[in-house]
Design a protein around this ligand. Structure first.
Ligand code: NAD
Length: 290
């Protein structure tokens, strides 16, 4: 397929490289990042998009996505599909889908889970919003870049799934960390705590697969000095997107709001910036009730 790829950073770079390795013709544009091997450098986003059957974007946020969409939509051929894989707000995803539809293009919001490791290995999970026809035409590319693609519904449904998932993740990580800190103060051994909770009703991905306590459970960022992994500031970004969506949909999300406030404090006022999001555990360890 002829593909335009805009945003070749930590995630987009290896995703584009996998498309090239699978035999696709990729024309890329980024303001700063180097071109991955085999990706043809375009002089602008519009040039990367011209003549492409699918244009993929992997950008930092919704405002940048809207600006890039304004540049690429007029350059795209009728019937082509604009597929955004960034994590952005649901309103931006829907606005871009509307603009694409008005220009006779297909559009998908297809955020990913799996991080840089998954992007490199081609094992991402895509959660996708948009029409069935657009999903079917981009599916072969999802199969190259990932191991699973779920068509979640119409425009915005992929972003909705992503932020709801990550709201659960933020809340369960905080709950797991505060429970470990309480167990410490009650004199409970961490390995015993893991053994019980990981096979009892308090289990979750945060406890079982990404245990925030060093030396306990499977290998995780806790075993590597809390080097990310998934950085606390990226968790904060996703929690804020969930609160923005909850505001615009008038949904009551008290735990999500509390998780967003706690990660904001951790990243902006304490030592959380640059740490993995599971470093909430050493934060709680140091604190008392006051
Ligand atoms: P990144 O900052 O490494 O990459 C973004 C790239 O976009 C940069 O190279 C930047 O130069 C480029 N860019 C910015 N504005 C541009 C413009 N106007 N035109 C062209 N290029 C432009 O970020 P990343 O880690 O690759 O993340 C990208 C997206 O994926 C984000 O939305 C992020 O939330 C999401 N995401 C990241 C991870 C992760 O673990 N890193 C996991 C899941 C989802």
């Amino acid at each position: 397929m002829k593909i335009g790829f805009i945003g070749l950073g930590n995630m987009g770079g290896p995703m584009a490289a996998n498309l090239v390795r699978a035999g696709h013709e990729v024309s890329g544009f980024d303001l700063a990042a180097p071109m991955p091997e085999g990706v043809k450098a375009a002089a602008s986003a519009a040039q990367a998009a011209a003549g492409a059957e699918v244009v993929i974007t992997m950008l930092p946020n919704g405002a940048i996505l809207r600006a890039v969409a304004d540049q690429v939509i007029p350059a795209m051929a009728a019937g082509a599909v604009l597929c955004d894989c960034s994590t952005v707000d649901v309103d931006s995803a829907r606005a871009v889908a509307d603009a694409a539809a008005a220009a006779g293009l297909g559009a998908l919001d297809a955020p990913v889970s799996g991080g840089v490791g998954g992007a490199t290995a081609g094992t991402l999970t895509f959660m996708v919003g948009g029409s069935g026809a657009a999903f079917a035409s981009v599916r072969p590319l999802f199969e190259v870049m990932g191991q699973k693609a779920v068509h979640c519904g119409g425009p915005g449904a992929g972003q909705a799934a992503k932020i709801c998932n990550n709201m659960i993740l933020g809340v369960t990580m905080i709950a797991t960390c505060e429970a470990f800190a309480l167990a410490d103060k009650l004199g409970l051994d961490r390995a015993k705590m893991f053994d019980v909770v990981s096979t009892s009703s308090g289990y979750s991905w945060s406890m079982n697969a990404y245990c925030p306590a060093p030396g306990v459970g499977p290998q995780s960022p806790a075993d590597n000095g809390y080097k990310p992994g998934f950085a606390a500031e990226l968790m904060l970004k996703d929690l804020r997107l969930s609160q923005q969506a909850a505001d615009s949909a008038d949904a009551d999300t008290p735990m999500g709001a509390l998780a967003a406030a706690l990660y904001a404090r951790f990243v902006e006022e304490e030592e959380g910036k640059g740490m993995d999001f599971s470093a909430m555990l050493p934060r709680f360890e140091k604190r008392g009730r006051g």
